[in-house]
Design a binder for this molecule. Structure first.
Ligand SMILES: NC(=O)c1ccc[n+]([C@@H]2O[C@H](COP(=O)([O-])OP(=O)(O)OC[C@H]3O[C@@H](n4cnc5c(N)ncnc54)[C@H](O)[C@@H]3O)[C@@H](O)[C@H]2O)c1
Length: 339
């Protein structure tokens, strides 16, 4: 299958490298509006280089298009790719910069029978998948709260990973968001046109679950996750690759002289909390071109942007809870210049 990659920053280059290791996929074209990004990348001799997507569409496009540009161009490029005949589209997170744009992408994909995936990459990390399966099986009881703390920029960039991960790990949906959005601390490293500060989100979720996402733009420290269930506590630190799992034996009723019973268990051998960006992209691409249901389908991309938009609206409404179901037409068009 012939593949085109649009956007050749660090993430687009990861996609290109993964493609070179997948014999069933042939990199046929790359697009980047930046001449240096375009000319400095080593490519198979048969692949073409384009400064703009229009030129690429005019030459016929490809079956699979991977979009790794910045957030504001994701929607238009995905719609153009489908219009040019792509049957498979992978778009980087954040899916788009308004809820309405995300919905347009989803609707067009359904109308044309295109498989559309949004790269919420941790959905293809082995450890997170194993944790999700364990939690889903019920052996650790009911999830009650999830805490995620990340340093760096910003709620739209890194925070969207956390928003999706809370939903992925717990199979719960966000009902409402109460948020505090920070003032930006400096210029966005991907360009001054992007504004993506940190902030704090409190999520009221289905199944009685609560989530807290704390994105600290100028913070330091590990990216950490804590999940508390009725019969287990999980603490995970991506920076150091560690995961601590403490199970509680609910058969032991604590009482005088009878303390609660805990035991520490390990994740399966080889499962570390350290992300392999290439492995995750590969997992997504393999799934996208198969017949399997998409782990990263567009509904998850849309839901993440709805949570993000609700957070901004909560900030405007002096930190009132904002129900996702209540987003108005104009709020669904609220444009966040994130990437
Ligand atoms: N899923 C993940 O784990 C993950 C990791 C890193 C980045 N990302 C996402 O991938 C995207 C790219 O990230 P990056 O770090 O490579 O960004 P970047 O800003 O470094 O690179 C983007 C590239 O796209 C090009 N570009 C932008 N708009 C274009 C357009 N309309 N037409 C052609 N080229 C265009 C730019 O010239 C640049 O070379 C972002 O949306 C980011 O959030 C995802």
């Amino acid at each position: 299958m012939r593949v085109g990659v649009i956007g050749l920053g660090p993430q687009g280059r990861r996609v290109v490298r993964v493609l070179s290791e997948m014999p069933q996929l042939e990199l046929a074209a790359v697009v980047d509006r930046d001449e240096e990004a375009l000319s400095t990348l080593a490519l198979p001799a048969s692949a073409t280089r384009h400064r703009c997507a229009e030129e690429f569409w005019e030459r016929g496009g490809c079956d699979l298009i991977c979009i790794a540009t910045n957030g504001p161009s994701h929607a238009a490029l995905a719609l153009e790719a489908m219009d040019a005949g792509a049957r498979f589209v992978m778009v980087e997170k954040p899916m788009a910069c308004t809820v309405a744009d995300c919905e347009r992408m989803r609707d067009e994909a359904i109308r044309r029978g295109v498989r559309l995936a949004v790269d919420h990459s941790r959905r293809h990390d082995p450890l997170y998948r194993w944790l999700r399966d364990q939690i889903r099986s019920g052996i650790w009881g009911e999830p009650r709260s999830v805490w995620m703390q990340q340093p760096g920029i910003g709620l739209g960039c890194r925070g969207t990973h956390a928003i999706d991960l809370v939903r992925f790990l717990t199979d719960s949906d966000v009902r409402s968001v109460t948020a505090w959005i920070d003032e930006p601390r400096g210029e966005n490293p991907r360009g001054g046109e992007f504004v993506d500060p940190g902030g704090l989100l409190v999520l009221d979720m289905t199944q009685g679950l609560r989530g807290v996402i704390c994105q600290i733009e100028d913070g330091a420290g590990p990216i950490s996750v804590e999940i508390d269930l009725t019969a287990c506590r999980i603490r995970l630190d991506e920076r150091f690759g560690t995961v601590e799992i403490i199970e509680r034996d609910l058969a032991v009723q604590p009482g005088p002289g009878r303390p609660p019973a805990y035991r520490s268990i390990s994740a399966p051998d080889g499962y570390r909390a350290q992300l392999d960006m290439f492995q995750m992209v590969r997992g997504l691409l393999e799934e996208l071109i198969s017949d399997a249901p998409l782990e990263c389908d567009s509904e998850h991309g849309i839901e993440t942007i709805r949570v993000l938009v609700a957070a901004y609206i909560s900030e405007q409404k002096e930190h009132s809870p904002v129900a996702l179901a209540s987003l108005s037409e104009s709020e669904r068009e609220l444009l966040l210049s994130v990437t």
